[in-house]
Structure formats: structure tokens, C-alpha cells
Write a protein that binds this ligand. Structure first.
Ligand code: ADP
Ligand code: MG
Length: 351
């Protein structure tokens, strides 16, 4: 049983960066405005994330790391992220099968914080001789999740990892992308014991400023904002705001920052968020790369940050939700419309 659970967990959590991605999404679901990350050994030894979000009620702690269950679904009453991401409830469960997981959390209503430790989906005693119940402790409003010794019990996963520095750069890459998509949220990432952060993105920033900060000035200098949606009849007026409350399942809304000259990177930089989840689409990547053909200055690469909102019902449910490669309804026509808008913006820009 536990071996099967471990293997299943390894399908969801591939490496430190994929664990962190899930934790960042949880913090954002909890409406955190500050997310601080601490890393040891590329996240293999320690991966810690501290947020100032809504916290977890003490009564929810016993089932926090349980796999998707109806009890979990009815207990966790904030269902807003179910609409956005689709309910999964697997991340913390999976992590508890392949690492030492502990949580310190405090809601506004609680007078102290509570600490809980998990293994294989259930609460375990923090120290030998103690019981497994959550323990009161000091702590601010919000949640700190600590993952230690990732894959200590799954040697195949562990041996598939690269060096600590390679894993760390993947971690920084994930944080960078979420920081850009959530430019109002402060992100800090540092190595344990290091006095200065390796990544620091202030709160309440504008998207273009965050891009400039994290990807370098030479990208941002050339940035153009492109807005396009299913409502745009002609390519003339791409600026209008779309009523997001519409219930038309075919309606969609895209916002992008693109640059025609990214001198910082040798390869195309493509950040894609669909319904606020970081995903990948090789179909889109190819199409957008084609748009740039022939218009790139020498020694530069395309930079594209695209946020696409579509009806969750139109995202392909046959694709496992943790696979980052996505497909969705009317993909061809949506990609074509966005490509056209990019083409137009880049042509205007280069004149
Ligand atoms: P899911 O996010 O799909 O529900 P997870 O295993 O990632 O599944 O998280 C389980 C639940 O734990 C979440 O639904 C949320 O209620 C709670 N939770 C996890 N992390 C946090 C956090 N940082 N702040 C507040 N609640 C959290
Ligand atoms: Mg989650």
C-alpha cells in the first residue's frame, strides 16, 4: 500500500520545483500577499514556504494530508479554487508520502498557531513519545509549510534529480513566473543561512516592472501589452475590457506582455498561465515562435508572458491535471487569434 502511494506521489511530485509549485498555488489560494521561500540543497534537504494567507483551521489539520475524499471536500469550505483549478486535493497528501512534512498555521480567529506533522497521509508525532495531535506554538497569521528530505524513501526519484544547483535554478524559475503572474504579491527566495535573498520581488508592483526586475531591463524596454478576447470582432480594438461574468462557455480572455528583443536569453522565454495555473502548450509555443520569424534582431529571443482565462469546462479533462501540457476547446482558433494580435503588435512596434 505505502509503496503504491509513494509511486503515485512521485507521479505528481517529480522534483523540488514541482512540490514548490503546488505550495505556491496553495498560498495564493489562501490570498497571501507575502510568500517567503527558504531552500537547502536545491530543495532536496529543505523546502520551506511561509505565507501570510488565511491559515488553516485547527479542525482541518487532521485531514489536511488525506487524499481526495468527500470528507475533505465538505470540510474545506473555501471552494473558490475548485472553480479555478478543479478540485484535486492531492498535493500535500502526495508530499507526505515522499518527504517529512510539517505545517505551522494560524487563522485570524485562533489565539496561537498550531503545528502538525504528517507521514503517509496522516498526522504523526513530532517527536518520539509525543502524541500525533497538533501542538500549540507561537506563530503569525498564515501558514508555514516545511518539507524535509524529499524522496528519502523513493531512491529512484532521488537519483533522477540533477545537482542541487540545477534543482535550485528550476525552483527560481518557478518562483519568477509566479511572481510575474502575481505582481501584487511579494516573493522572496533564499538559501537557508544566507543573509541575502537570491530572488526578491516586492509587493504591489506593476506586471511590467516585475518583468523588468526579474528578466532584465533589455526585455522590459521593448515590452508591449496585448489584450485579446473572444469578443474582439476585428483586430482593431484590442483594448476593451471584457465582461468576465459572462456565462458563455466559448468566451475567453487573454492578456500578454511580449517583447521583440530579449537579449538576455538564448531561447524563447514563454510564460503561460491558463486560469492562473502555470502550464505548457507546445502548440502555442510553435505558433508564437512562427510569429517572430524574421523580425527578431540579431542575438535576441522572443519573450512572451501570456495569461489566458477560459471556461474551466473547456479545458481537456482527459489530460491529467498535474501534467503541465494542456489542451482546450477551440484551441486552434484561439491560438490563431492571439498569434494575429501578437503579429500586429510586433509589426507596429518595429516601425
Ligand atoms: P488542494 O489545493 O487541491 O485542495 P492540497 O493538498 O494542495 O490540495 O491542499 C489541501 C488543502 O489544504 C487546501 O485545499 C487548503 O484548504 C489547505 N491549504 C494548503 N496550503 C495552505 C495554505 N498555505 N494556506 C491555507 N490553506 C492551505
Ligand atoms: Mg493545492
Amino acid at each position: 500500500e505505502s509503496l503504491i502511494n509513494r509511486i503515485a506521489a512521485g507521479e505528481i511530485i517529480h522534483r523540488p520545483a514541482s512540490a514548490l509549485k503546488e505550495l505556491i498555488e496553495n498560498s495564493l489560494d489562501a490570498h497571501a500577499t507575502s510568500i517567503r521561500i527558504t531552500i537547502k540543497d536545491g530543495g532536496m534537504k529543505l523546502l520551506q514556504i511561509q505565507d501570510n494567507g488565511c491559515g488553516i483551521r485547527k479542525s482541518d489539520l487532521p485531514i489536511l494530508a488525506e487524499r481526495f475524499t468527500t470528507s475533505k471536500l465538505s470540510t474545506f469550505t473555501d471552494l473558490s479554487h475548485i472553480r479555478t483549478y478543479g478540485f484535486r486535493g492531492e498535493a500535500l497528501a502526495s508530499i507526505s508520502h515522499v518527504a517529512h512534512l510539517s505545517v505551522v498555521t494560524k487563522t485570524k480567529l485562533e489565539t496561537c498557531a498550531w503545528k502538525a506533522c504528517y507521514s503517509e497521509g496522516i498526522l504523526v508525532e513530532p517527536k518520539p513519545g509525543q502524541n500525533a495531535d497538533p501542538k500549540p506554538c507561537a506563530g503569525n497569521d498564515g501558514t508555514t509549510i516545511t518539507i524535509e528530505d524529499l524522496f528519502y524513501n523513493t531512491p529512484t526519484r532521488l537519483s533522477a534529480l540533477r545537482s542541487a544547483s540545477e534543482e535550485y535554478s528550476r525552483i527560481l524559475d518557478v518562483i519568477t513566473k509566479y511572481a510575474i503572474h502575481n505582481s501584487k504579491v511579494a516573493f522572496v527566495c533564499k538559501k537557508a543561512g544566507s543573509p541575502s535573498p537570491d530572488l526578491s520581488s516586492p509587493s504591489a508592483s506593476e506586471t511590467s516592472n516585475t518583468i523588468r526586475l526579474l528578466y532584465g531591463h533589455s526585455v522590459a524596454k521593448e515590452l508591449v501589452l496585448v489584450k485579446v478576447s473572444s469578443k474582439d470582432q476585428s483586430t482593431e480594438d484590442t483594448d476593451m475590457d471584457v465582461d468576465e461574468t459572462t456565462d458563455d462557455p466559448e468566451s475567453w480572455n487573454a492578456e500578454a506582455y511580449i517583447s521583440n528583443a530579449n537579449y538576455q536569453a538564448k531561447k524563447m522565454v514563454f510564460l503561460l498561465f491558463i486560469n492562473h495555473r502555470l502550464v505548457e502548450s507546445s502548440r502555442m509555443k510553435r505558433a508564437f515562435e512562427a510569429v517572430y520569424n524574421g523580425i527578431l534582431p540579431k542575438g535576441s529571443s522572443p519573450f512572451i508572458y501570456l495569461s489566458l482565462e477560459i471556461d474551466p469546462r473547456s479545458v481537456d479533462v482527459n489530460v491529467h491535471p498535474t501534467k503541465r501540457e494542456v489542451h482546450f476547446l477551440n484551441e486552434d482558433s484561439i491560438v490563431e487569434k492571439i498569434s494575429d494580435a501578437f503579429q500586429k503588435a510586433l509589426t507596429v512596434q518595429s516601425h
